[in-house]
Design a binder for this molecule. Structure first.
Ligand SMILES: [Zn+2]
Ligand SMILES: [Zn+2]
Length: 319
């Protein structure tokens, strides 16, 4: 399968052949004809691009957690895990130009754990050197401004060299326009509305999931969360629920892992949550496999009684 089709083939973890109804609109997606009105009636204008599914475990096949919602030529990132700009560039090369480095204009941070934010300097500086026309907008919980301010300070020698050395850059588009947010609607550009959903994640005072309401789809992304009723309410029949997960079977063999119960959502718990939330598609991401496989995660979700559509995401999958 060539690289482009790989990007458009999201159904790796379906137990059987992917439903044609899912693949057809993806194959007609605007990545191929970005300006075409001929396909616009059939295209899913909104796509969910999984940039990274990884955890703090340094798995070379799974970059740090980051998800992009793409609507036409605009991209809306959730989290900035390790390698976020390279992964976005790979998606752009696969036919989604909204994810080219120069087009990475905004990111919504779920919480300030390092695995979700270690790519922030990358997201600030690399697109600057790739011609981004404005500073990056960063939305996140309290503490985000301190983080982006300190990132600018940490790279002050580089910034000075690029602005006043031989490169002679004039624009200050490395900067982060940072907005610390509260729960509720945090962004609305007339096409896409973004709601911050408070979720429970260990003892973080504030951690968010996000809901994206676009012209054709509603997408909820959990961030890091133990089972949170707010996500059920936010989804409530949404088109796509992207939810973190860890293997129940692994946890059952290691019952002393109280951290995971407080921080994250098991396969059995995500099944119960999805039965209430009723998404059109449940996408498992930020998977803590330990010894489990994607097939194990799907099986565990099924064994817990969930009968809806569910996939276990890989980096660069598109839904
Ligand atoms: Zn976390
Ligand atoms: Zn995490």
């Amino acid at each position: 399968m060539n690289r482009h089709l790989r990007a458009l083939a999201p159904c790796r973890a379906f137990p059987a052949a992917p439903p044609p109804a899912l693949l057809l609109p993806l194959l007609l997606a605007p990545a191929i004809f970005p300006g075409s009105t001929a396909v616009r009636a059939q295209e899913p204008a909104t796509r969910v691009v999984i940039l990274g599914t990884g955890t703090p475990i340094a798995d070379p096949d799974r970059y740090g957690p980051s998800v992009a919602v793409v609507v036409g030529e605009e991209s809306y990132l959730v989290d900035a895990g390790a390698g976020v700009v390279r992964r976005a560039a790979a998606a752009a090369r696969n036919g989604i130009p909204a994810l080219a480095a120069s087009n990475l204009k905004r990111v919504f941070i779920t919480h300030l754990h390092t695995d979700h934010t270690v790519g922030l300097p990358d997201l600030m500086f690399t697109p600057w050197q790739n011609g981004r026309a404005a500073p990056v907008e960063v939305y996140g919980p309290p503490g985000t401004l301190r983080m982006t301010t300190n990132i600018e300070e940490a790279w002050v020698e580089d910034i000075h060299m690029r602005l006043f050395g031989l490169e002679g850059r004039s624009a200050h588009n490395y900067r982060a326009e940072t907005r610390e947010i509260e729960a509720g609607t945090v962004y609305d550009d007339g096409t896409v509305r973004v709601d911050a959903i408070p979720v429970d994640h260990t003892t973080w005072p504030i951690a968010f999931g996000y809901r994206f309401v676009t012209p054709d789809r509603t997408i909820v992304i959990s961030g890091d969360a133990r089972p949170s009723p707010s996500l059920v309410e936010a989804c409530n029949g949404c088109d796509v629920l992207v939810h973190e997960v860890y293997s129940r079977d692994f946890f059952d063999r290691h019952r002393n892992q109280t951290y995971h119960a407080a921080a994250h959502t098991s396969t059995a718990e995500v099944a119960a949550l999805a039965m209430e939330a009723r998404p059109g598609l449940l996408v498992l991401y930020h998977q803590l496999y330990r010894s489990a496989t994607d097939e194990d995660l799907i099986r565990e979700v099924r064994e817990a009684g969930y009968t809806g559509r569910v996939v276990s995401a890989a980096d660069l999958d598109v839904y």
